[in-house]
Design a protein around this ligand. Sequence first.
Ligand code: PLP
Length: 452
Amino acid sequence: MNEHTNLSLAQMDQMSLFHPVTSISDLQKNGPSIYTAAEGVTITRDTGATLLDMGAGLWCVNVGYGRKELVQAGAEAMQQLSFQHFFGGASAEPTIRLADRLLGLFRDTVPGSDMARVFFGNSGSDANDTAVKLVNYYNNLRGKPAKKKIIAREGAYHGLTLASGSLTGIKSYHTAFDMPLDNVLHTSCPHYFAFGKDGESEAAYTDRLITELEDMIAYEGADTIGAFIAEPVMGTGGVFLPPEGYFEKLQDVLDRHDILLIADEVITGFGRTGNWFGSGTYGLRPDIVSLAKGLTSAYFPMSASIISTRMWEVFENASDEMGVVMHGFTYSGHPVGAAIALANLDIMERENLAGRSATLGPVLLEALRTRVGDSPFVGDIRGIGLMAAVEFTGFPQGAAPHKIVARHATVAGVLTRALPYLPVTSFSPPLSVTEAEIIEAADRYARALKAA
Ligand code: PLP
């Protein structure tokens, strides 16, 4: 017998749910926002209010809400083979086809990449944990057991498990959780607008960051560093586009010091930057690519780690000696998730959603610039593809204008995200968004800014 049956749904939430990344006192004061339905880019609350979701959930509903094709793909897959594990060589058709398709997609859209295998998991965080473990595995098998440290960047977001949360470079996620782990180092956040010095050109700023990285590697010893992890565009940090020449120079440093590159494409994968992958947009040659979110457009929790040929050859050669690769999860390769991912990729291809993201990105930027660009508190509006940001400046110390405006925006009927690192609000609508919806969302956001 449930002792809470007399409570409203909101009260029941307050008395029973432990929300992720939520202030306990705010929830007790204000109660939850309960959503009941969604279609396309529009999401409906229990009050009946409808909002334009300019966050695509958490940067994840790339094909938009309510896609019957995905519902059907999931239902049919469940009927056919509701579960299959992949331990010990067990396998299933949708997952085999998905691995093959992801390798093909990456090969065809990221010039110079050389990827060999796909490992599946459940979330972006566990994909990055897998990446850390595979870096260790690789270097243990190569007889370089000291080469284990991972360099991440301040302002990065890579998840919140113990390993991925340590890679994350935003202090508020570490405080009170005894993170980061000792093997993780953080180098400076590459965000020219906020961290470039007066009079410093963008190219000179990039050189400063690269010199800092070289110094860090020299200080620690290249033989202790296994990998560098980077989001092609830093999302949760504040939609930080890499400064001029950054990845080209970074890749060169990593190559010279035999350091692997992990591309965290949990946000940038599947069209967000206007190409299929951010690695294609910025010319990365990663050894491990972490994917999640847009892989299934969040219709099923699933992640993928694409592994390079140079790593795979080491794994393969050492296999007889090492025996079973003792890594994996119950739901690794879940056939229902794989069937949904395949149907999701069908939609992305048929509707050319990566191309749409490239075309509509400038529309989103223009809509924001013309509506909120002249506010004295808006310092920068930037983006690539359908990931954009408004960065606030010039406000009194201690204020959080991006949070206040985001609250007003909810009332005005648009969902945006006020980010936790710098005073930035992000816009990352489903890639199926229309031009009219972008304009309407920008109008609503401008009204919210005025009201705040
Ligand atoms: N990596 C990046 C770049 C992300 O943005 C996120 C989530 O926002 C993650 C990893 C973690 O993914 P998840 O929340 O699915 O664990």
